[in-house]
Design a protein around this ligand. Structure first.
Ligand code: NOJ
Length: 535
């Protein structure tokens, strides 16, 4: 633990200590996802950066989150917005320097915020030194073994080695000048590592240590389910493979062998003081299979994509909540809840209205476990659906569960202040254009307005922090409720959520603590409204 974090934890910062009666800060943490390109731009180049993030840390502290997850900021040609890493120990100049990263971590710790960095172990960039060397040295040379190079099929090797499709569309193989093919589950600029190779395993343990030494409190692990491929790289035997993602174990996803890697990473994490964590981005066929990543000697949390993929429907939400809690209980891991991230259509747009987005936030923040907030959702930002083709940068369509179309619309830089774009994001425009309506959604406009979504999030996070029990535990007690309504109790706290478009009459379970919409009569739960009660 850095001295800064140690100080913050022994001060009366309100953070649970790691040695007190509630070990594991991460069990109940609200973790805010910063997408560095689009958070705050300090140098006017239209692209967010680390110095911008550092300058806005007090905003995050005041919002009331516990930790910040930073999407990749590493040296990268940006073929997939930084998820194509050329050097895992360097910062891309467009985001700043290692000194800036250090400053972000230090200042976050001084404020009592934890920092989780994004680690991309499934693949690197085609500009990574190892891959460039592998290309230079040719077939049969040692560096090629760190990736999946294979001869092609067909008389002249003109066909890919197997039938796997890239998540971004097209074959998962690209042929190089000397005739061999290499595997890339994502873009051709993102060659997959061969995780059977000891040098790859050693390198990533060393990268973990590099960031842990710098003070990182944990890692969000990109494509955590993809590192190990089935022996022999067997054909899948069908097309439209994207439809299978997250529905069944595939020869390239959710292979059992992947768990050995996380067991070895856990040993590294546990060498460090301060409760450092690993968070799996794991698309698996079921919550039970996700739980396997969270056994006591593996990772700490996994994104709950089953929840993210559930529609605005009381019955479906209740089923997913129950299934999520039931699946995590046997491994003793906290459930997580997430509504939006940089890969999916913002939930305000997915659910169809701001009212629903606000109600969904109160539901999420009332559930036991850890919750993820994606930058801008606290402002009620909608998806930007009408970006002109020429400004889009997403390498592809991503059509898996809950993912629908190009991903730039959720990555538009967020509005901070003023009535002219880029609305305080920076002083030199923004890499994706912001809609004119966002002047009315800025942090500045919403601050102090009790009806605003920002103040709703601030109030909810304050109550969650002050009560200290909402994120705790691993169960909710469901209460009887009319059709289309969710109602559950957590001790003397009750949450009711009306997912229908009609107000519903039901007895008030207590006094109102917070509501996502107006409560004119406590005996009536408004349409698409959530209410927190002291009962
Ligand atoms: C998941 C990341 O969230 C996404 O943005 C990225 O394109 C893929 N992994 C590949 O790294």
């Amino acid at each position: 633990m850095t001295q800064h974090l140690a100080d913050a934890l022994t001060s009366d910062s309100g953070l649970p200590t790691t040695t007190g009666t509630r070990p594991g800060w991460w069990r109940e943490a609200v973790i805010y996802q910063v997408y560095p390109r689009s958070f705050a731009d300090s140098n006017g180049d239209g692209m967010g950066d680390l110095e911008g993030i550092r300058s806005r840390l007090p905003y995050l502290k005041e919002l009331g989150v516990d930790a910040v997850w930073l999407s990749p900021f590493y040296a990268s040609p940006q073929a997939d917005a930084g998820y194509d890493v050329a050097d895992y120990r360097a910062i891309d100049p467009m985001f700043g320097t290692l000194h800036d990263a250090d400053a972000v971590i230090r200042e976050a710790h001084e404020l009592g915020l934890r920092i989780i960095v994004d680690l991309v172990p499934n693949h690197c960039s085609d500009q990574h030194e190892w891959f460039k060397q592998a290309l230079r040295e040719g077939p049969g040379t040692p560096l090629r073994e760190r990736f999946h190079f294979r001869p092609g099929q067909g008389d002249d090797g003109e066909l890919p080695p197997n039938d796997w499709e890239s998540i971004f569309g097209g074959p998962a193989w690209t042929r190089v000048a000397d005739g061999e093919w290499y595997l890339h589950l994502f873009a051709p600029e993102q060659p997959d590592f061969n995780w059977e190779h000891p040098a790859v395993q050693d390198e990533f343990r060393s990268i973990l240590r590099f960031w842990l030494d710098l003070g990182a409190d944990g890692f969000r692990i990109d494509v955590a389910h993809g590192l190990v491929k089935a022996p022999g790289l067997p054909d899948l035997g069908r097309d439209e493979q994207l439809k299978l993602l997250g529905n069944q174990v595939l020869p390239f996803f959710d292979q059992d062998g992947v768990h050995e890697i996380y067991r070895s990473w856990r040993l590294v994490l546990d060498e460090y003081a301060g409760d450092r964590i690993g968070v799996a981005e794991a698309w698996t066929p079921s919550a039970d299979r996700t739980a396997l990543y969270l056994r006591p000697d593996e990772l700490h949390q996994a994104f709950n994509f089953h929840y993210l993929s559930t529609g605005w429907d009381a019955e479906a939400l209740r089923a997913t909540i129950d299934e999520s809690l039931d699946s995590m209980r046997p491994v003793g891991a906290p459930t997580t809840w997430v509504l939006s991230n940089h890969d999916v259509v913002r939930h305000r747009t997915r659910f169809g209205s701001l009212e629903r987005a606000r109600a969904a936030a109160l539901l999420m923040l009332a559930l036991p476990g850890s919750a993820y907030v994606y930058q801008g959702e606290e402002l009620g930002l909608p998806e930007v659906v009408d970006l002109p083709d020429e400004v889009r940068q997403d390498p592809s369509f991503f059509k898996a569960n809950g993912q629908d179309g190009l991903r730039d619309g959720c990555r538009v830089p967020i509005p901070w202040s003023g009535d002219q774009a880029p609305y305080g994001f920076g002083e030199g425009g923004s890499w994706l254009p912001q809609p004119a309506e966002w002047a009315g959604l800025s942090v500045e406009v919403q601050t102090g307005d009790p009806a605003s979504t920002l103040e709703l999030y601030r109030a909810a996070l304050r109550i969650r922090r002050e009560r200290g029990d909402l994120g705790a535990g691993d169960a909710v007690e469901w209460l009887e409720a009319p059709e289309g309504v969710l109602a559950f109790r957590r001790g003397d706290f009750v949450c009711t959520v009306n997912t229908t478009r009609e107000p519903v009459r039901m007895p008030a379970p207590g006094t109102v603590l917070l509501a996502s919409g107006e409560v004119t009569d406590p005996g009536v739960l408004g349409a698409d409204t959530a209410v927190w009660w002291q009962g």
